[in-house]
Design a protein around this ligand. Structure first.
Ligand code: NAD
Ligand code: GLY
Length: 367
């Protein structure tokens, strides 16, 4: 087992990474606030892993809340089911919420933990690659609004993150690829040598080579922990973790939550951020193409939905959380391995990026 730390003073916490952590009673019990536990999961993950976790928590007073699966349920109505389950079972302030699932469950359970009786303990047990490398670390929690992705939420750090890599064996291939979008992100924004490693290992990751997956998870979590440790509440640096997300969130909101997976929308959004960085003269076409090739090798889309017009993008991007004082700020690449957040770009370059022919860009890669 590997242990990393998210260093946030009195709110610091460990990230444990290893095979079989779901069965580690000692580890779980070390981070529980008391005997009461509310496991929040969904109807896809529960049949796979709930029984194991219940066994691990034997001796605790456990309530299981099983939510409907999917991004389209990341909303107020579903959040209410968590509060209903906890209140009916009379959970008090000494309870611990455990999120057992992907990023959707983790974001909602974390938000519920932040709100329930003004805040109770919380443990993340991420079960998708995306949640293991990104969403379970750093304390962003929340739900979607019909007008904008993740618009309602709170910063609320967990007591611990338990990453059991064995659960990836049941993850559908499309979801594994979605997680790779966030892994590739770390290489592009802050760890250029990681891109070389990914180019050599992405196929093994897609084939579920557990050793390689664990290495990628550890390196990704370490990058995220570093950034969050510097800027927990996104007053600056943390925004770089949103490379491709402003374009991507527009895709998710416009297409309907769940139609494009979050990681897929981020991948197409990253292609757009790469293209805009080329148009600003910051990276070369060859560097953009390298990024596109890696995303494609990871099984990800790099062509935004053809039915979305530049106007559609601009409308959705106007409600992005990075809009400040009415000005849109975007995360772009100054160079490969160095991202910046900026509102200093000519609007025509953004428009040209939205109008660019991504199908032609892929065709010229000759893949
Ligand atoms: P998800 O939670 O919808 O999980 C994807 C699918 O895999 C779901 O159907 C889920 O039930 C299923 N699943 C989960 N674990 C499984 C397993 N081990 N075996 C088989 N099936 C399994 O999606 P996701 O990609 O994990 O997360 C996306 C969400 O995370 C989005 O809502 C996004 O906004 C959010 N997010 C949050 C942060 C953050 O910092 N909080 C960062 C990135 C993404
Ligand atoms: N996924 C972006 C962040 O955690 O800040």
């Amino acid at each position: 087992m590997q242990t990393l730390t998210v260093d946030l003073g009195e709110r610091s916490y460990p990230i444990y990474i290893g095979v079989g952590l779901l069965a580690r009673s000692d580890l779980f019990k070390q981070h529980l606030a008391g005997r009461q536990v509310a496991i929040v999961t969904n109807d896809k993950v529960a049949p796979l892993y709930l029984e194991q976790l219940l066994k691990t928590l034997e001796g605790c007073e456990v309530t299981s809340v099983v939510l409907p699966d999917g991004e389209s349920h990341k909303n107020w109505e579903t959040l209410q089911l968590i509060f209903d389950g906890m209140l009916v079972a009379r959970h008090d302030r000494g309870t611990t919420v455990i999120a057992l699932g992907g990023g959707v469950v983790g974001d909602m359970a974390g938000f519920a933990a932040a709100c329930y009786q003004r805040g109770v303990a919380f443990i993340q047990v991420p079960t998708t690659l995306l949640s293991q490398v990104d969403s379970s670390v750093g304390g962003k929690t929340g739900i979607n609004h019909p007008l904008g992705k993740n618009m309602i939420g709170a910063f609320y750090q967990p007591q611990a993150v338990m990453i059991d890599t064995a659960v990836l064996q049941t993850l559908p291939a499309r979801e594994l690829s979605a997680g790779l979008a966030e892994v590739i992100k770390y290489g592009l924004i802050c760890d250029a040598p990681f891109l070389d490693w990914l180019e050599a290992n992405v196929v093994a990751m897609r084939e579920l080579d557990m050793t390689v997956l664990a290495q990628a998870i550890e390196r990704s979590c370490a990058a995220k922990a570093r950034v969050v440790g510097v800027d927990e509440r996104e007053s600056g640096l943390r925004a770089i973790l949103n490379l491709g997300h402003t374009f991507g969130h527009a895709i998710e909101t416009h297409m309907g939550y769940g139609v494009w997976l979050h990681g897929e929308a981020v991948a197409a959004g990253t292609a757009m951020a790469l293209e805009m960085s080329v148009r600003l003269g910051w990276i070369s076409e060859a560097e953009r193409d390298r990024g596109l090739r890696l995303l494609l090798k990871a099984g990800l889309p790099v062509i935004p939905p053809e039915e979305m017009t530049p106007g559609d993008f601009l409308e959705h991007m106007a409600v992005d959380k990075k809009v400040l004082g009415g000005r849109l700020r975007l995360v772009l690449l100054k160079q490969v391995g160095e991202a910046v957040i900026t509102d200093k770009f000519p609007h025509e370059i953004l428009e040209a990026t939205l109008r660019a022919d991504y199908r032609a860009l892929v065709a010229q890669l000759g893949e």
